[in-house]
Ligand binder design. Structure first.
Ligand SMILES: [Zn+2]
Ligand SMILES: [Zn+2]
Length: 113
């Protein structure tokens, strides 16, 4: 991730009082379009490697940012969505669980080869 500054007098977009120290890390768009670069295939591969997504980036102060993991923070609006990430349907939850177990087993078996 490229480093960027919070600006000299950025004010939190939520409380509109405190200085900005965080950006919302909620992913609002996934993008896997190819990026065309001039030059070698290597350069093309590098430009297109890894996950590409766009985050909310709402500027917030320390108090308004909801910490969801070590270095991930969400704005109040996206925190609400984050709290709904669990599947409400019991059958779907069961299927999700089975699928995750299957994927993990496959990864584990591949790592032993
Ligand atoms: Zn704030
Ligand atoms: Zn947000």
């Amino acid at each position: 991730m490229p480093e960027a500054s919070f600006g000299e007098n950025g004010i939190c977009a939520v409380c509109r009082r405190n200085p900005v120290t965080r950006w919302c890390d909620f992913i609002i768009a996934y993008n896997n379009e190819f990026i065309w670069v001039k030059g070698s295939y290597k350069a093309f591969k590098e430009a297109n490697s890894g996950d590409k997504y766009e985050t909310c980036d709402l500027p917030m102060c320390e108090k308004c940012a909801n910490k969801v993991s070590r270095d991930r923070h969400l704005c109040p609006h996206h925190m609400k969505l984050h709290n709904q990430r669990e599947l409400p349907d019991a059958y779907q939850k069961k299927r999700q669980h089975e699928e995750k177990r299957k994927i993990n087993t496959e990864i584990w078996e591949q790592s032993r080869r």
